[in-house]
Structures are given as C-alpha cells and as structure tokens.
Write a protein that binds this ligand. Structure first.
Ligand SMILES: Cc1cc2nc3c(=O)[nH]c(=O)nc-3n(C[C@H](O)[C@H](O)[C@H](O)COP(=O)(O)OP(=O)(O)OC[C@H]3O[C@@H](n4cnc5c(N)ncnc54)[C@H](O)[C@@H]3O)c2cc1C
Length: 393
C-alpha cells in the first residue's frame, strides 16, 4: 500500500468519492465529453453526497475545510472525468476570495450556499488583453453611493452561465498598477451583468468557459472583498491555494490513464504474449506510474502545508511546483497511454483519447506552465542558500 497522509476519516471520504466516481460518474464521462453539456446531474450527485461540503468549515455548513481532502477529491473524480473534477476545483477557486478576505457577514451570506452546492462559484480575472499579464486588466469599478458600477468584460471564465456568484477583479484606480485592483462578489442577477459566448473547446467539454460582461453593472458596496486596492494581493493568495487543485486534476487524469493502459496491456496480446510483457511497454508503464507517484508526493505536501496554515514564499513556490509538475505529468502520461493502446488509443471509444485532450488545459489555466516556472525561479532567487556553500572551494 502506498503511504498516504490521510486520517481514517479522510480515507473513508476518499472511499465514498471513489465509489461515486467509479459507479456514477465513469459511465457518464464519455457522454459528457460528447454532448459538451454542463453535467447538472453530477452537481446534484455532489449535493446529495455532501462533496461540496469537503471544502468548507463546519460553521458554514461544511464538513471540515481541508485542502488536502479537497485535492484528493478532485484527483479521484478526475481519474474518470476531468470535467467533474473541475466542478469541485472551481467551487474552491470561486470561494477562496470570500474565505480569505471576506468579512464575517460576507462569509455568512455566501459560504453556506456554496457549501451545500445550492450555488456554484466562478473566478473572473482573465480578459481578452490580460491573461498572463494581469496588470493589463481594463475592467473598471467606480464607487457611486452604496454601490460600485462595473464596466468591461472578462473572457475564458469557467462556470460562466452556470455560476451564481463570480469573484471579479476590476480597477478602482486605473493609474495605480496592481495596487489599483479590487475584488468584488458579483451575483448573477446583478443589473448590468450578462454572459456572452460560451467557447467550444478541445477538452473538459462539459465545463462552460465563457465571456461575461459588465455594463454599468451595479454591485452593492458590501460585496467588496477586503479594502479597495487589495484585489491583486487577494487574487495571488487565491492562486497559491487553488493551483494545487489544477495539479490534482492533472494527477487524476494521469492516474486514470495509467490504470486504463495497464489493464489494456495485460489483456492485449501480440506476438504470443500480453503487450505488458514486452519490455518496452512495461518500461512505459513503469515510467507512467512513477511519475504519478512522484506528482502525488508533491501535491499532498502542498495540501498539508495549506492545512497547517502555510503562507508566503514557501507556499507560493510549492504550489506553483505542484501545478507545474502534475500538469506536465498529465500531458506526458496521457500521451504515453494513447501509445500503449496503439491505434485503439486514437479512437474515441477508448477513454485515453479524451484524457489526452483533457490533460492539455491543466498546463494552461490558472497560470500557464511558463508562468509557473517564472514564479518558481523568482522565489528561488529570493532565497539565500549561501550558507550551504560555505567551505565549497
Ligand atoms: C478552458 C479555460 C478555462 C479558463 N478558466 C478561467 C477562469 O475560470 N478564470 C480566469 O480568470 N481565467 C480562466 N482562464 C484563462 C487562463 O488562465 C488564461 O488563458 C491563461 O492564464 C493564459 O492567458 P492567455 O490565454 O491570455 O495567454 P497569454 O498570456 O497571451 O500567453 C500566450 C503564451 O505566452 C506565454 N507567456 C506569456 N507571458 C510570458 C512571459 N512573461 N514569459 C514567458 N512566457 C510567457 C504563455 O505561457 C503562453 O504560452 C481559462 C482558460 C481556458 C482556456
């Protein structure tokens, strides 16, 4: 048995998620991909089994609020359906701003309905001219009495059109760079809010990715998170805690592809024996499994760090590393899984074809892997390791 850091209670929750994934979600995964329709039945299944509750403290109606357990849940679901894993990952992404920067009143107002799954959440940072370069954001928010008026638009927003609340970043001071950004909770029924085009995509097809617009959109001043100007800092604190969720999605896809390729390789025969017995296939399977296990070690370490209250440079670096490594493993391993299946791997009837398409996005969203490498290198340069070199001639 692999060593894992879960408590007995957490293992029980993982077992419940595994059973739901295997028995209820796996049989739906192909259809979700084919229809490209948001799977409300999966949301209902999560509601009935309290899976949203895993991300929230008991005082808000959740069952604990453990980051490690959230990662395990996303991983288990993504083994069979990356779209379903993403529903949990984005609920956390859209909730973190309220958890980290919300007042007691804001937490009481929003978190219980997110914990039950009655409401879905979204996180809206990206704009047409502002992806990796978040400082180039153009959406504005200006105070007008008891409200803010938001103007502009966001692009590529996961859960567009299905979310009830959007945590939106906008400029309250256009000349102040990052320090001029503020964060708001925008409710889907706010006057002046609308949803635009939903994008057709390569993978995670059941998830909606779309434009949202603010046309003099009126948001109560009570929905400002933190103070005016805190927005960029909030966005980055969120990403430190949400990027591992994308790592978990990548790891789940990779492990699901490895498991499928292994079973296939045990039963497919060529030249008188199972292909798993051919050394070149065996070596591929060994590399796939090793990468998954290494990725899991890194991922669970960051989950534990968050649960222990980790902050700052250590968290920023480890979180970027987990997202980077797990998503690169997802792409490598799913590509190899297709290879193990030969021609069948390229055919839509076999799930590794979908898994390879789903894996790609994990290298792109919540900061591309180029950006993760920049973040890791930046944190490394800040570290002082000179003492380690003492005496090295
Ligand atoms: C399916 C999907 C779902 C998404 N969901 C959300 C969401 O819910 N909320 C949200 O806010 N956003 C979301 N995004 C947006 C996503 O986070 C951005 O697409 C991503 O951060 C990259 O931004 P960009 O597309 O503008 O690419 P660009 O920033 O234009 O980058 C283009 C290329 O240049 C590279 N690059 C850019 N700058 C540098 C640099 N300084 N050094 C080296 N290389 C660099 C990038 O790595 C990339 O390869 C989603 C995107 C997709 C496709």
């Amino acid at each position: 048995m692999p060593v894992d850091p879960l408590t007995d209670e957490q293992r029980e929750i993982r077992e419940l998620v595994r059973v739901l994934a295997r028995e209820r979600i796996a049989p739906r995964a192909h259809e979700i991909d084919k229809s490209a329709e948001f799977p409300w039945d999966v949301v209902e299944l999560f509601r009935e089994n309290d899976l949203f509750g895993i991300m929230y403290d008991e005082e808000y109606g959740g069952i604990g609020g453990s980051s490690l357990m959230t990662l395990v849940t996303i991983e288990e679901l993504s083994k069979v359906c990356a779209t379903s894993g993403l529903i949990i990952a984005v609920q956390e992404l859209g909730s973190l701003g309220i958890k980290l920067a919300g007042t007691d009143e804001q937490r009481q107002r929003f978190l219980p309905r997110l914990a039950s799954g009655e409401w879905l959440a979204a996180y809206a940072l990206t704009e047409p001219g502002s992806g990796s370069d978040s400082a180039a954001m153009r959406t504005t928010a200006s105070r007008d009495g008891d409200t803010y008026a938001l103007n502009g638009g966001k692009r590529f927003i996961t859960n567009a059109g299905v979310a009830h609340i959007y945590v939106v970043f906008a400029k309250t001071d256009a000349d102040a760079g990052h320090g001029g950004t503020s964060a708001f909770v925008v409710e889907a029924d706010a006057p002046g809010f609308s949803v635009g085009r939903i994008e057709p995509k390569m993978g995670i097809k059941g998830s909606t990715t779309g434009e949202i617009f603010f046309d003099d959109c009126r948001v109560p001043a009570d929905n400002l998170l933190g103070e005016e100007g805190d927005g960029f800092r909030i966005a980055m604190r969120i990403l430190d805690r949400s990027r591992p969720g994308i790592g978990a999605q990548g790891l789940g896809i990779a492990q699901g592809a490895t498991d499928y390729a292994l079973e296939y390789a045990k039963s497919r025969e060529t030249m008188g024996k199972a292909i798993a017995q051919h050394q070149l296939i065996g070596a591929m399977l060994a590399d796939m499994e090793t990468k998954c296990e290494a990725a899991r070690g890194l991922l669970y370490k960051v989950g534990q760090l968050i649960d222990e209250g980790g902050e700052g440079q250590e968290l920023t670096k480890l979180s970027a590393m987990a997202k980077l490594y797990c998503s690169d493993v997802a792409m490598e391993v799913t590509t190899d899984a297709v290879q193990v299946l030969g021609g069948y791997g390229y055919i839509q009837e076999y799930p590794v074809e979908r898994m390879m398409r789903d894996a790609k996005i994990t290298q792109i969203y919540e900061g591309t892997n180029q950006i993760q490498r920049l973040v890791i290198a930046r944190e490394m340069v800040k570290e002082n390791r000179a003492f380690l070199l003492a005496g090295v001639g």
